[in-house]
Design a protein around this ligand. Structure first.
Ligand SMILES: [Cu+2]
Length: 155
């Protein structure tokens, strides 16, 4: 599975190279992703959660419109809500990062659900994700896989 990650990562460099031809302001406005990590999975489990913080230095808000990962069949953004005393998750399709602000995806809150994993995620491995923003286009993410109970990366 991880062998497929490399071509994906290289492909992701192409828009960055092309950005030189576009308006400088647009190139400077790419959101950044920090502290990306994914939960390790037990054998036979084919779904996991991925967490990170998105920072948007631009002067307008932006939305994550699609996500994909070579590690799974599909990736969705979910929010967690209490409903009648029960924790429920539902997909959101307009996760917004405010202008000059941040969106934090954290355990118990908004998260990425990676569905249909092609193989178990072992601690120390890396999960590549591609986020597509409405305005800023594609941003590459590499999430480190952490064992249950690990302390998430602080930066
Ligand atoms: Cu979920």
């Amino acid at each position: 599975m991880m062998r497929h990650a490399l071509p994906f990562a290289l492909f992701g460099l192409l828009p960055a190279l092309g950005a030189a031809a576009g308006p400088p302001a647009a190139a400077a406005a790419k959101p950044t992703v920090e502290r990306a990590w994914a939960r390790a999975t037990a054998p036979g489990v084919n779904v996991t959660a991925v967490y990170f913080t998105i920072r948007n230095a631009a002067s307008r808000a932006d939305q994550v419109v699609t996500l994909r990962s070579p590690a799974g069949e599909r990736a969705e953004i979910h929010e967690t809500k209490m409903s009648n005393g029960i924790m429920q998750m539902r997909q959101i399709t307009d996760a917004t990062v405010p202008a000059r602000g941040a969106l934090a995806l954290e355990p118990g809150g908004t998260h990425v659900m990676l569905i249909g994993l092609r193989s178990p995620l072992v601690p120390g491995a890396t999960v590549p994700l591609v986020l597509t923003f409405r305005h800023a286009g594609e941003v590459q993410v590499k999430a480190v896989v952490l064992a249950p109970g690990s302390v998430p990366p602080s930066h």
